[in-house]
Design a protein around this ligand. Structure first.
Ligand code: GDP
Length: 476
């Protein structure tokens, strides 16, 4: 009663590499040719949103057609936006200004309720969902947990300050996630505002804004004076149109946790962003390793709602415990099944903590399909000159089959932000004359991210070259 990953992938009509990736996230390092047990297979099937029918104890029959949403079932859904940028450049102000302007301009019962995400309505009644936790840490942390909820990133850059280290980090985290970006040049009300300088500085990071003939939208705003907020919303709406975001609202819901906490009076609360289907009061759910039943749902205006469709954020009451941000929500048939899946996921998490293999090159390569393999890396160095020299040297050793992909390079010690980024992409981190801080080390340990330290560039490139040639074992 075991099945190879490839065989299971075939039955599900999914890519073997995607299954391996998923398994890897659960803490199991296997290749497509290895077998997995039935429970793991079932969990994987659920994770991929397929229906499962166990015909006999030894056979797994998967009804693939039930789950891939047919094109005709898809309907347009609002974009989900995360705001990023350097500290003090106005992320929070912008989120508040957008929300405030929207509440004033209409909707009855407009008491804002901070649940971790909110929606605004545009003039044409279309909507945009904003995640209330700005910054790339939360974004990448969620991604590391398997929740790619953000459709569009708004990069806030203060016009009087220009690009700063966290701006660059935000750019790199966004690129690593492959999410399109809109640049909001903020604080244009200030005397020292130099929006054109911001545009020029972005060029150094291969971001060419429309104003300079590129295809990244740039919008000048002032969060303080509430200038041109509509312009920013229109830019997001346009980007969303290009992305043709769609989901099937008429099916069992799936979603991701944006925020969760324990409320003294109401028990565990989780703000969930529905990604497809419609979540309803009474649904039996599994969220991460926690099960429950939707007792009530509260929207971002503090109103009780009975249903929440794609891209709608709601606070869910009725969970048996507090899940984590980035956990996925799945609706299951009944409570017994919910408890079973939750217990299983808990077991996987426990196992992951103790026995999983580190993110090593061997299993990283194993998880990629044949064609061109990307070799992701995060590089931190003590000085700018070294960082640049390393990036250049690494870019030169790419081949047709294997491409070095530098997710982020920067100056300074290895931080938790570097580790979450590396973890989300299964990349090792190279420290050139630098070391991780305590927090980074702790997260790396938890997420099995590998550090490599060098003080000579050619030793570093030698290692990468050898690694790329597949000559290294997992423990080096
Ligand atoms: P965050 O750290 O990126 O969330 O930045 P905040 O939203 O907390 O803003 C940092 C500071 O910049 C605050 O004192 C804001 O009042 C101020 N600020 C934000 N947006 C603007 C703006 O458009 N113009 C001016 N003059 N100040 C702004």
């Amino acid at each position: 009663d075991a099945i190879t990953v490839q065989e299971l992938a075939n039955r599900m009509a999914e890519k073997g590499a995607d299954l391996v990736k998923s398994l890897f996230k659960m803490g199991m390092a296997v290749t497509v040719n290895q077998t997995i047990d039935q429970d793991t297979a079932e969990l994987l099937v659920t994770e991929f949103g397929h229906n499962i029918k166990r015909v006999s104890e030894s056979d797994i029959d998967i009804q693939t057609e039930a789950d891939v949403d047919a094109p005709e079932t898809l309907e347009a859904r609002p974009p989900v936006v995360t705001i990023m940028g350097h500290v003090d450049h106005g992320k929070t102000s912008l989120l508040d200004a957008i929300r405030g302007a929207n509440v004033q301009s209409g909707e009855a019962g407009g008491i804002t309720q901070h649940i971790g995400a909110y929606q605004v309505a545009l003039k044409d009644k279309s909507k945009i969902t904003f995640l209330d936790t700005p910054g790339h840490e939360a974004f990448t942390e969620m991604r590391a947990r398997g929740a790619d909820v953000t459709d569009v990133v708004v990069l806030v850059v203060a016009a009087d300050d220009g690009l700063k280290p966290q701006t660059v980090e935000a750019i790199n985290h966004t690129k690593a996630a492959g999410v399109p970006m809109i640049v909001a040049i903020n604080k244009i009300d200030k005397d020292g505002a130099r929006p054109q300088r911001v545009r020029e500085e972005l060029l150094q990071h291969e971001i060419v804004v429309e104003e300079l003939g590129g295809d990244v939208q740039d919008v000048e705003v002032s969060a303080l004076k509430k200038t041109n907020l509509d312009g920013l919303l229109d830019a997001i709406a346009l980007q969303a149109e290009i992305l043709e975001l769609k989901a099937n609202p008429n099916r069992a819901a799936e979603g991701a946790v944006v925020e969760a906490k324990l409320d003294k009076g109401r028990g565990p609360l989780a703000t969930v962003l529905v990604q497809r289907g419609t979540l309803k009061v009474g649904d039996v759910i599994v969220v991460g390793a926690v099960s429950g039943k939707v007792r009530a749902m509260i929207d971002d205006h503090g109103r009780q709602v009975k249903e929440a469709g794609p891209s709608v954020p709601v606070e869910v009451l009725g969970l048996g415990g507090v899940p984590s941000a980035g956990d996925t929500l799945t609706v299951v048939e009944n409570e017994a099944r919910a408890r079973e899946v939750a217990a299983y996921r808990q077991g996987v998490m426990d196992r992951k903590r103790t026995t999983s293999a580190p993110v090593s090159l061997e299993n990283m390569f194993a998880s990629k399909a044949s064609t061109t393999v990307e070799f992701p890396l995060v590089v931190k160095a003590d000085v700018q000159g070294s960082a640049e020299a390393i990036v250049n040297a690494l870019n030169r050793i790419s081949t047709d089959e294997i491409k070095v992909r530098i997710l982020h390079s920067g100056v300074g010690g290895i931080t938790e932000s570097d580790v979450t980024l590396a973890s989300a992409s299964g990349a090792p981190i190279i420290g050139f004359n630098v070391r991780p801080n305590a927090k980074a080390r702790e997260i790396a340990e938890r997420n099995k991210v590998e550090f490599r330290y060098y003080d000579v560039i050619y030793h570093l490139t030698d290692w990468v070259r050898e690694a790329m040639a597949g000559e290294l074992g997992p423990e080096i």
